[in-house]
Design a protein around this ligand. Structure first.
Ligand code: NAI
Ligand code: 15L
Length: 269
């Protein structure tokens, strides 16, 4: 069993879910966020940290043999906010990992790296980036840092372009983008157990009949998602009005993110 897994962004939606579901997957879960977190339970350490503080991140990573990096701005916001958490924060994390034995990193990237692709397009790992906002651009920066540290130093990472990780699919778009919580957990386990990881992009989606993304290149990890949003298709058809095909939500892979403005300053967040 792994000794200590660090989860950044542990106070957030996915961090809270993984705090629960990864219990027992390592002797210790080190939980970190800039926001308040419930106190440590058995097998947990709670370590508050602002990812934009390089010295603090250096201390945070010491002694960890795996990292699930969720911390950061998770939607479209001003460049000021994104810069601190998603650019400097990722750089700080990779520098700290380099200094502390290069624990494997599961980097929570996003479908918003490719969000402007049309929903009629099927993508594999060679698809060009088409970010739909500064948030998407920041995730591309994170993927690029991971690639650099792999080529230069041998740091291994899984770049998980998460679609929509929710307890159940909630709308028509999620019939393609849904990533079940259990499939995310099994992916993290596979990433930490694989004999070789390299720097591998993985589409973070369940085995959805209506999915857009092909993970064939990552089959060597041995991860097989088990859930399928199609099981909820009837319920969605019954309860959620079908969007007009010309609306962003039905046209682009990122859905409504294309409607977001460029947020000009911190004050407007
Ligand atoms: P969230 O917004 O609920 O959680 C992010 C956490 O990061 C928050 O608790 C926040 O306090 C923390 N954070 C922000 N700035 C920080 C800083 N400077 N230092 C330390 N912590 C900081 O987001 P969620 O939904 O839990 O997503 C987790 C990760 O997965 C994010 O990186 C997000 O971009 C990514 N992701 C999530 C998807 C989803 O379906 N939930 C889809 C695609 C990507
Ligand atoms: C993301 O990257 C966001 O963090 C999450 O809140 C959802 O909006 C998700 O993408 C999505 O596209 O459904």
């Amino acid at each position: 069993m792994m000794n200590r897994i660090l989860i950044t962004g542990a106070a957030g939606t996915l961090g809270t879910m993984l705090r629960d579901k990864l219990r027992g997957h390592a002797k210790i879960l080190r939980l970190s966020d800039v926001a308040e977190m419930p106190p440590a339970g058995a097998g947990e350490e709670v370590v508050p940290c602002d990812l934009s503080d390089g010295d603090a991140v250096m201390r945070l990573v010491e002694g960890c043999d795996g990292i699930v990096h969720l911390g950061g701005i998770s939607v479209e916001r001003s460049f000021d906010l994104i810069e601190a958490a998603n650019l400097r924060g990722v750089y700080n994390l990779y520098e700290a990992a380099r200094a502390h034995g290069m624990p494997r990193i599961v980097f929570a990237s996003s479908n918003h790296t490719i969000g402007y692709h049309d929903q009629t397009t099927r993508l594999d790992h060679t698809a060009p980036y088409r970010p739909d906002g500064l948030y998407g651009v920041s995730k591309i920066f994170g993927e690029a840092v991971a690639s650099l540290y792999h080529d230069k130093f041998g740091q291994e990472s899984a770049l998980v372009r998460i679609g929509s990780c929710t307890p159940r699919p909630e709308n028509w778009r999620m019939l393609a983008t849904w990533f079940s919580e259990d499939d995310f957990v099994s992916l993290i386990d596979a990433v930490f157990a694989a004999p070789r990881l390299g720097c591998t992009m993985v589409w973070g989606a369940s085995a959805n009949d209506h999915g857009w993304w092909d993970n064939a290149h990552a089959a060597f990890l041995g991860w097989r998602p088990k859930d399928n949003a199609a099981a909820f298709a009837e319920e969605i058809a019954r309860t959620v009005p079908r969007p007009d095909p010309n609306e962003a939500v039905a046209r682009y892979q990122c859905g409504v993110f294309t409607d977001e403005p460029i947020h000009p300053s911190r004050k407007e967040d």
